[in-house]
Design a protein around this ligand. Structure first.
Ligand SMILES: [Zn+2]
Length: 104
């Protein structure tokens, strides 16, 4: 697993960053809304933006969890579709991928 060391480091760094960001977004969403209706509308809008960001961050986070799990199970280099080996070069370029070039 030594050849994955750099990839694991990158994945974990990204995971920590995303988890931190999601926590901040959730705290912001839970903030009570101001009573004034105009301000309320503005708050709603910014919450919508946060929701989208949150969703993208969560999707990426899931891919990271998946990749780390695959590394742990020693399946990281195996394409989920054709079961062929995914070249390490591809994994380094696309650390979340679970498919070889042919199946992607
Ligand atoms: Zn494949």
């Amino acid at each position: 697993m030594a050849e994955y060391k750099e990839i694991i480091k990158l994945l974990k760094m990204r995971r920590n960053e995303l988890e931190r960001r999601i926590n901040i977004v959730e705290q912001d969403i839970r903030k009570p809304h101001p009573q004034d209706s105009e301000e309320q509308a503005l708050e709603r809008e910014s919450d919508d933006v946060l929701d989208v960001l949150d969703e993208a961050a969560r999707a990426e986070l899931n891919q990271i969890y998946n990749a780390l799990e695959r590394i742990k199970r020693n399946e990281y280099e195996i394409c989920v579709v054709c079961k062929e080996k995914i070249p390490i070069k591809r994994l380094k370029a696309l650390p979340y991928t679970d498919r070889c070039v042919v199946c992607a």
